[in-house]
Design a protein around this ligand. Structure first.
Ligand SMILES: [Zn+2]
Length: 465
């Protein structure tokens, strides 16, 4: 393939040679051995075989891709980074039992806990090949602004970040699930949402930071706030996200309180459109699947979290067949203690085949869910989610000739079906964030010891709750 621009003196070049490549482009192009050329932040050439002589540039950074598989960087479409400080609590509960056990602990969140939990979570994601993660933060005790704590963590780790300004305003005294101590007022939430967009949202194609609005769930947010959050998001040109159709308890709650199933309820509040993506969507009717396909809604599928909480198995095959973007999400690490994204690629395939049988999901569809589908959920598919000339150079390189992958004839199968693994190298916008399986940006020992410290602070809150 020809480069889109001639070599430039100014932009640094990185050349990756001798790797297998799974581009996840619309044609599903793959190369058993090929090359990638990056100039500045974007891919300027890729193709089969060794590097053409006219693309060799003095001074380029060369990455030997022998034994590696190059894929698009994985995209995490649902997460709660703060939950890294409360892993392992309520290990055997349902969603509602788990939430009611943890709300009082999260009521003690502060910038210190949130920042170090986020740094741990984002480090784990980067090491597992993730180059873009969203974060759904919805607990702001006493109105404490905590998004900055996550944004600075993402800047330190060096991956693209889409924080959402979440919210809860329907406390127990008003018929909601969370205690009033973790809710905010309607007006304060809308003001903080507008402030977050003003302060952090960068809509440019190169953006490393984009904000969305994300009221938490039908059982923790009023109908008025759901509707007005949608209005504000559309006025400001940002995306919308919430939890939906996660459990049968949620469905029963919506039927009792609103006389409607969850998808119908939020649909009436303006929450259907191609600027919306929902987390989970385990319990969908045929009509819901059809509605999502027609309106362009995306879904963040979280197979490990759904298994951990016993919520059920999402209808990924039906959603995909309806044209729905089905990204993958690790969900908060309190309901997915591993918190790594390559594992979700594996788990999505396994969950689908448990539910649908052997033709539920192919290994390449699993990889597409973890990459281009996630980019569609986050509105970044024009620049991210596949390896194509002109797109941003967000790339994961996987060592598939180690014991876990050695001899597996198909490198994509080695990645999806093989053992849990980290990435060998990870590039974000052409910059190496992970090299040789280690973070270049943050010191993992420090990240880990700080996580121990803030987890102890949350454990103390659990003891006091
Ligand atoms: Zn969640």
């Amino acid at each position: 393939m020809d480069p889109v621009t001639p070599p430039s003196e100014a932009a640094p070049r990185t050349i990756i040679t001798g790797c297998a490549i799974a581009t996840v482009d619309p044609a599903g192009t793959e190369h058993a051995s090929g090359h990638l050329v990056i100039e500045g932040s974007r891919i300027v050439a890729l193709g089969a075989g060794s590097l053409p002589a006219d693309l060799v540039t003095d001074g380029a950074t060369i990455i030997d891709g022998t034994g590696l598989l190059a894929t698009p960087g994985l995209v995490n479409s649902h997460h709660h980074l703060y939950q890294w400080a409360t892993r392992g609590f309520v290990a055997d509960g349902t969603l509602f039992e788990w939430l009611t056990g943890l709300y009082p602990v999260w009521a003690q969140l502060d910038p210190d806990i949130t920042h170090h939990a986020a740094k741990a979570g984002l480090s784990a994601l980067a090491l597992s090949g993730c180059t873009l993660s969203m974060d759904h933060h919805y607990v702001f005790p006493n109105g404490t602004e905590l998004l900055e704590s996550t944004v600075t963590a993402a800047q330190a780790v060096g991956i693209r970040f889409h924080p959402t300004r979440g919210s809860m305003n329907l406390g127990k005294s008003q018929g909601g699930l969370p205690p009033d101590s973790v809710t905010e007022t309607h007006d304060a939430i809308l003001q903080a949402s507008a402030d977050a967009i003003d302060r952090w949202h960068d809509p440019s194609p190169e953006s490393v930071l984009q904000v969305a609005l994300a009221p938490c769930s039908p059982f923790s947010v009023t109908a008025e706030l759901m509707a007005e959050s949608a209005e504000l998001a559309r006025k400001r040109g940002v995306r919308l996200h919430t939890h939906l159709c996660e459990t049968l308890d949620e469905e029963a709650y919506c039927l009792e309180h609103f006389g409607a199933r969850p998808a119908d309820y939020v649909g009436d509040l303006g929450w259907m459109g191609d600027d919306v993506w929902f987390a989970h969507c385990v319990h969908l009717s045929d009509e819901d699947v059809d509605l999502f396909g027609r309106t362009g809604v995306g879904v963040a599928h979280c197979p490990t979290s759904n298994a951990r909480l016993g919520s059920g198995i999402a209808r990924t095959r039906d959603l995909r067949n309806a044209g729905v973007a089905v990204g993958l999400g690790v969900d908060g690490a309190a309901s997915n203690e591993a918190g790594t994204l390559q594992l979700e690629v594996h788990a999505s395939l396994m969950a689908s085949r448990f539910r649908e049988g052997p033709d539920g999901m192919t290994v390449r569809q699993a990889l597409a869910h973890g990459t281009i589908h996630g980019a569609r959920c986050l509105g970044r598919e024009a620049d991210l989610g596949s390896l194509e000339v002109g797109k941003l150079a967000d790339i994961a390189l996987w060592k598939v000739d180690d014991l876990g992958g050695a001899g597996i004839i198909d490198p994509v199968a080695a990645l999806v079906l093989g053992p849990p693994r980290g990435a060998e190298h990870v590039l974000v916008g052409g910059k190496l964030v992970v090299e040789g399986g280690e973070l270049r940006t943050t010191d993992l020992e420090t990240v880990t010891s700080e996580l121990v410290r803030v987890s102890a602070r949350q454990a103390a809150a659990m003891g006091a709750a």
